[in-house]
Design a protein around this ligand. Structure first.
Ligand SMILES: [Mg+2]
Length: 230
């Protein structure tokens, strides 16, 4: 029986991509800045997750590549990023389906596993007003390994003192989140909000026993169904 439901934060509960777009458009004054800025985030944030850059380093790298790699000193890159960040922070909000889902699952033990810096992710969770709903928050930055490494999912299960089979993990990235969780023995759920799943994605999901949903509104029924089956 699923007693523990674990969530990814960015783009699962928290509308990160929209906040990033709103933040960069407002800060740069360029209405079409979103896609390029997303690309740079994806590139340099993954260098941070891979241990190539530290947290500040990935921010500077994003600022430099967006503005001008030759001109920005460390200080001006930091100041530039802070300016963007203020707008990004002003645009923080939950996805519309997040709170109803958390409400519907209030009889379960809830937790979070996020790839990121613990202090920053905690600040975000607090800013979103959902801290008290989660028993444990697990951030890769505090552990030294990132999703989809099975150890991060197993660490969360150990904190809750449950077997992986008693836990479900839902996230917006098929391999990093859902297949990773399934590989550690949890029930993996892929939240494909945009319906972007390809035939290959669906095959990979099925091969790992991953369930695919398009909105968090589908999650409580899925958790309940598991209970009925047992
Ligand atoms: Mg995510």
């Amino acid at each position: 029986m699923i007693t523990v439901v674990l969530f990814d934060l960015d783009d699962t509960l928290f509308a990160h991509a929209q906040a990033v777009t709103d933040g960069i458009v407002e800060f740069s004054g360029l209405p079409d800045a979103g896609p390029r800025w997303h690309e740079l985030e994806e590139k340099h944030y993954h260098r941070y997750l891979a241990g190539e850059l530290d947290y500040t380093g990935q921010r500077r790298a994003r600022a430099r590549e967006f503005v001008d790699p030759l001109v920005l000193s460390d200080d001006s890159a930091d100041a530039w990023f802070d300016g963007y960040f203020e707008r990004y922070q002003g645009a923080w909000r939950l996805h519309d389906d997040a709170l109803p889902c958390l409400d519907a699952l209030a009889d379960r033990r809830l937790g979070m596993i996020t790839n990121g810096d613990l202090t920053f992710q905690t600040r975000k969770i607090t800013g979103l007003g959902i801290t008290e709903r989660f028993e444990h928050i697990v951030a890769s930055g505090a552990l030294g390994f990132t999703k989809p490494d099975p150890r991060i999912f197993l660490s969360a299960c150990a904190l809750f003192d449950v077997e992986p089979a008693d836990a479900l993990y839902v996230g917006d990235r098929l391999k990093t989140d859902a297949v990773g969780a399934a590989g550690a023995g949890l029930t993996g759920v892929w939240l494909d909000r945009s319906g972007a799943a390809t035939a290959d994605d669906l095959r990979a999901a099925a091969a790992s026993g991953v369930q695919v949903i398009s909105t968090l509104a589908e999650l409580p029924a899925l958790v309940g169904r598991d209970q009925l089956r047992l």
